[in-house]
Design a protein around this ligand. Structure first.
Ligand SMILES: Nc1nc2c(ncn2[C@@H]2O[C@H](COP(=O)(O)OP(=O)(O)OP(=O)(O)O)[C@@H](O)[C@H]2O)c(=O)[nH]1
Ligand SMILES: [Mg+2]
Length: 408
């Protein structure tokens, strides 16, 4: 495992500083990097050239040597020039949050689409950072007025990278067209769709797995960014209503812009869905800020108008009673069957507007009972003197048909 020092500047306006430092540790761990020490500095704003004040940077360098660390991690996204200044000064690799996230995505990407998305994001991250990577070549040439070898090489490389980005984007376009054709086919069949969204590690894939048999299960694990591609499964309710459920890539604060762009299409599933489940790990002490990131990201990708439910997951780790619903908030534990059944019912209510009714069907109209059995869910059925008493649930827009059949 590689050893690193984490540095972070706390400004007056920077919120949830400790929490973000903690998250960097988790991200580092996901990249197989161990953080030996965290060093922070209170500043009005980060130093223009070195992120921290030069005195502090000297201190970091000393510790770096003492602790035999080979890398410096920076709490937030830094500009290419600051990154270059720091790596020149420390004479070691310097990674910011964006670089760490890109690294994780690159090591986890398995499908063609996610590999292309990560490739695209990496190239876009690399492009403004080419400057300086050939500095040594220009130093050798001395002060020539013509372009140095390094400079020419940068231009060449930049053009090559731009060409690659163009190629990758075209490939991605093809995949997206295919995906939207599939989606439109599903829409034509009028199958309603539900998307699981939320901060990474909230339990989206676990909820998905609660709904499906093992052979249809998706990858779930206690690590950041376990899911990188959208998976969609068809779900049938007790009342024979069918909907699709999509598991999506998790959100994180300060997601590199190139990644947001690259993953937009994956998250499109949420934009076009009939219902969004905003999944929150309620046992996490930073749940509020994580929910805020979730809300902001959903807004950014254009989901403001899609109906939603909050799903507060991992209630088993808290004292909160579950499963239960309070207005638009559902409290569950993805690991328990009763919670999944409850969630399924609530999704059904939202999508199909199910209503529970009580009727007495006269014996001469027993065919109504067939209709109810086929289109709804019968909870109780009793044969009485004046007819059959039935308690059942059915879609709101089918109630008038039952009513008409009873009156014919
Ligand atoms: N105790 C408890 N653990 C849970 C619950 N739901 C999920 N987990 C655990 O939380 C971890 C993350 O779950 P995932 O389902 O992979 O989370 P995710 O939201 O899909 O995460 P990403 O794919 O990274 O966005 C796993 O170790 C799960 O076993 C729950 O209700 N209770
Ligand atoms: Mg997942």
């Amino acid at each position: 495992m590689e050893k690193a020092i984490l540095i972070g500047v706390q400004t007056y306006t920077s919120h949830s500083f400790e929490e973000r430092m903690e998250e960097m540790k988790e991200l580092a761990l996901a990249c197989d990097i161990e953080i030996c020490m965290s060093i922070s500095q209170n500043l009005e704003h980060p130093h223009k050239k070195y992120y921290m004040n030069p005195g502090k940077i000297e201190e970091v360098k000393r510790i770096l040597e003492d602790q035999e660390c080979s890398m410096v991690l920076v709490l937030e996204a830094i500009s290419p020039s600051v990154q270059r200044n720091l790596s020149d000064f420390f004479d070691c690799e310097v990674m910011d949050k964006s670089a760490l996230i890109l690294e994780i995505f690159a090591s986890r990407a398995k499908t063609k689409e996610s590999m292309l998305q990560v490739e695209c994001a990496r190239l876009k991250y690399l492009l403004p950072r080419l400057q300086g990577s050939y500095k040594h070549m220009d130093r050798q040439r001395g002060g020539s007025r013509n372009k140095g070898t390094g400079e020419k090489k940068i231009e060449l490389d930049a053009r090559r990278i731009e060409g690659k980005i163009h190629f990758v984007e075209k490939e991605l376009d093809k995949i997206h067209t295919q995906r939207s054709v599939q989606r439109n086919q599903r829409k034509k069949g009028m199958v309603k769709s539900v998307a699981l969204t939320g901060y990474t590690n909230a339990g989206k894939s676990s909820i998905m797995n609660g709904f499906v048999n093992e052979d249809k299960s998706v990858f779930e694990k206690d690590m950041l960014f376990a899911t990188l591609t959208t998976s969609t499964r068809q779900i049938e309710t007790e009342n024979h209503n069918v909907f699709t459920l999509s598991d999506t890539v998790g959100f994180i604060s300060d997601l590199p812009h190139s990644l947001v762009q690259a993953f937009h299409s994956t998250l499109e599933e949420a934009v076009v869905s009939d219902l969004i489940l905003k999944v929150v790990d309620i046992s996490n002490e930073h749940k509020d800020s994580k929910l805020q990131v979730c809300e902001e990201t959903l807004k950014e990708i254009g989901c403001e108008k899609v109906p939603y439910l909050y799903v507060f997951n991992k209630c088993d780790q808290t004292n909160i009673e579950y499963p239960k619903r309070v207005e638009d908030r559902i409290y569950i534990c993805a690991k328990e069957k009763s919670s999944i059944a409850f969630l399924k019912q609530e999704i059904e209510k939202e999508l199909f507007h199910m209503e529970t009714l009580h009727v007495v069907i006269p014996y001469e109209k027993v065919s109504v009972l067939d209709y109810i059995h086929t289109n709804g869910k019968v909870h109780r059925q009793e044969y009485k003197e004046d007819g059959i008493e039935v308690d059942f649930s059915i879609q709101q827009d089918l109630i008038h048909r039952v009513d008409r059949l009873l009156r014919i």
